[in-house]
Design a protein around this ligand. Structure first.
Ligand code: MN
Ligand code: MN
Length: 359
């Protein structure tokens, strides 16, 4: 296990732009043995050979890591997921350019190592075809899972531009293979002009729930998510976030942008709430096609915050004795519980807003 911050320990804190690039300055390992006792592991899936329009999501994992900032307590909830949970960066799957089948196998193997170790994988894409190996790796251990899928598109066509392997087809393949239980599969944020009515006919036959963007607009994200939570229930669920569920004003760097989407605030709240209310066994964030480095890239920036929010929600669920919406009292709870629980935090983790170390 490598701690990117250790070299700075004698003199202060590592600046974000320096040192080994890991998600949120987390400890880094490629050794499966290091996953013992880990709660959540970040995995990169840098491939984009299966897009139907603009490529570029192969640079997503690196850009999301670069925009991910440093670990600290979430100001709205007071939760520091990096102190409450043992989180590591497990690196990228060894993808092969121009060989999507072998890249998928590599992603399934790397994500599988995380799942077999009993940890939750959070995968950074990559085009959305990665949902297939991501979820297959989870079902190998957990059995068929529910799915909460944020996207402008259903990604459930039997083929896309004549190809069965595409970022437009993973959900069809996952349902037809039995990996995803269609009765516990909810799509949120659909809009635009794709897919064809025949695909929606197939979805209705299987019992998949589609919650469109106009419902989010008219009912509000809280009401729509409540319906999704009721449908998914208490069993294992995967959360798959296509960044194009956001309006292109919030996430312009993506392969198939569709105007009229969600705001960052709506999606970040929904991701945290899904993490807190559902039994999330894995999640991915896909279709981030960055054009800049670091927090200058608006799309990678919001993608990194989606991961932060999922982690905050998972931390709140894992530590239910800690109230999740009591800003002001939260840091004290965190500090005292750290002292007694012996919880884990990377050496690079910052303290609360008062500067108090959480270690
Ligand atoms: Mn999409
Ligand atoms: Mn998608």
């Amino acid at each position: 296990m490598l701690d990117p911050c250790s070299r700075w320990l004698p003199g202060g804190e590592k600046p974000e732009y320096a040192g080994l690039l890991t998600f949120c300055e987390l400890p880094y390992t490629e050794d499966e043995a290091d996953l013992a006792g880990v709660d959540v592991a970040i995995v990169g899936a840098p491939m984009d050979e299966l897009v139907s329009d603009r490529a570029g999501a192969r640079a997503g994992p690196r850009a999301i890591r670069s925009a991910s900032g440093f670990p600290g307590a979430h100001l709205e909830t007071g939760i520091n997921p990096y102190a409450e949970l043992r989180v590591v960066d497990f690196g990228d799957a060894p993808v092969l350019p121009a060989d999507p089948a072998r890249s998928h196998a590599a992603i399934e193997h790397t994500v599988g190592a995380v799942v077999r170790a009993g940890a939750i994988p959070l995968i950074l894409g990559g085009d959305h075809s990665i949902a297939e190996p991501d979820i297959r790796a989870c079902t190998a251990v957990h059995g068929p899972v529910g799915l909460v899928h944020f996207d402008a598109h259903t990604d459930s066509a039997p083929e896309c531009l004549g190809a069965e392997f595409s970022h437009g087809t993973p959900m069809y393949r996952l349902v037809e293979s039995g990996a995803v239980d269609p009765l516990r599969y909810v799509q949120i944020g659909l809009r635009g002009y794709w897919p064809a009515p025949s695909v929606f006919d197939w979805q209705r036959e299987r019992g998949i729930t589609s919650l469109f963007m106009h419902e989010v607009r008219e009912r509000g994200i809280a009401d729509v998510l409540e319906e999704a939570i009721a449908i998914v229930g208490d069993d294992a669920v995967f959360v798959s976030v296509d960044i194009d569920v956001l309006d292109p004003a919030f996430a312009p760097g993506t392969g198939t942008p569709e105007p009229g989407g969600m705001s960052s605030g709506e999606l970040l709240w929904a991701c945290r709430t899904a993490g807190e209310r559902l039994r999330v066994i894995g999640a991915d964030v896909a279709e981030v096609s960055p054009t800049w480095v670091g927090s200058s890239d608006i799309t990678a920036l919001v993608a990194s915050r989606i991961v932060h929010e999922l982690l905050a929600g998972i931390a709140a669920r894992e530590r239910p004795q800690m109230p999740s919406r009591l800003p002001g009292t939260r840091h004290q709870n965190l500090i005292s519980s750290k002292a007694s629980s012996g919880g884990y935090v990377g050496t690079g983790s910052r303290g609360g807003t008062d500067g108090t170390p959480l270690r």
